[in-house]
Write a protein that binds this ligand. Structure first.
Ligand SMILES: *Cc1c(COP(=O)(O)O)cnc(C)c1O
Length: 232
């Protein structure tokens, strides 16, 4: 074990411990939250070491980088696209992606459905909702959710499984918790409205705010810098 492995293991242990503590405080089982390690800060060989340590859910924010790492990293990795997806990148990413966290328009849903069915594949997706109110953030307006989920109900190859959201950049702990609670409420409300869909997943929480997201009901947290800090 060299220095890189040691630091990576140390960071991973710290994050797993904090995640378990946040689950305990919320009265939840640690198995109820999936950790997606966001590898966008590191080279493929560093991400490969994480796979060897048992992290099999890896995320990237850019489609090209996801494809690059997915084709060079070995192991049964489930790849998550957590960043914005343009329609002209859909065909590129579809052969590699397991869960797309950032679907925010019906045109993108239709592009994905077309590419998936042409390639005889299926993939899961989340609808990204703008919960911070920040204009610069991607994500659909909450008022659009009903329309997007109506369209999602008609798809066969793209399976919408829940919602994704990001808290505002400089939000306090209380503010981010409040924004995450709101995402859960949108999910609960629309799950009732769309009993034919299975909207179990809530992807929310990053290095700076995952304890608040877990308190609010996150089922997936997307963590990068806390895992890779001082590794390279
Ligand atoms: C980079 C990124 C993350 C991870 O962020 P950290 O703060 O480094 O944990 C999570 N989600 C998205 C959409 C990202 O782009």
């Amino acid at each position: 074990m060299d220095g890189i492995d040691g630091r990576l293991r140390e960071n991973l242990t710290r994050v797993s411990d904090e995640l378990a503590a946040a689950c305990a405080r919320a009265g939840r089982s640690p198995d109820s939250v999936r950790l997606v390690a966001v590898t966008k800060y590191v080279r493929a060989d560093i991400a490969q070491r994480l796979v060897q340590m048992g992290c099999l859910d890896l995320g990237e924010s850019r489609p090209q980088e996801l494809v690059r790492k997915a084709t060079s990293i070995e192991g049964a990795v489930r790849w998550h696209l957590v960043g914005h997806l343009q329609r002209n990148k859909v065909r590129l990413v579809v052969p590699h992606v397991s869960l797309i966290h950032s679907v925010d328009s019906d045109r993108l849903m239709e592009g994905l459905e077309g590419a998936l069915s042409a390639q005889r594949r299926v993939a899961d997706a989340l609808i990204e909702v703008n919960i911070s109110g920040e204009a610069a953030k991607h994500g659909s307006d909450p008022a659009e959710l009903e329309r997007l989920l109506t369209r999602a109900s008609e798809l066969r190859s793209l399976r919408v499984r829940g919602l994704m959201g990001m808290a505002a950049l400089h939000a306090s702990e209380a503010e981010s918790r409040h924004q995450f609670e709101r995402l859960r409420q949108y999910r609960d409300r629309h799950q009732e409205r769309f009993p034919n869909l299975d909207l179990r997943e809530l992807s929310m929480g990053m290095s700076g705010d995952y304890p608040q997201a877990i308190a609010a009901g996150a089922t997936i947290v997307r963590i990068g810098s806390a895992i890779f800090e001082s590794v390279e």
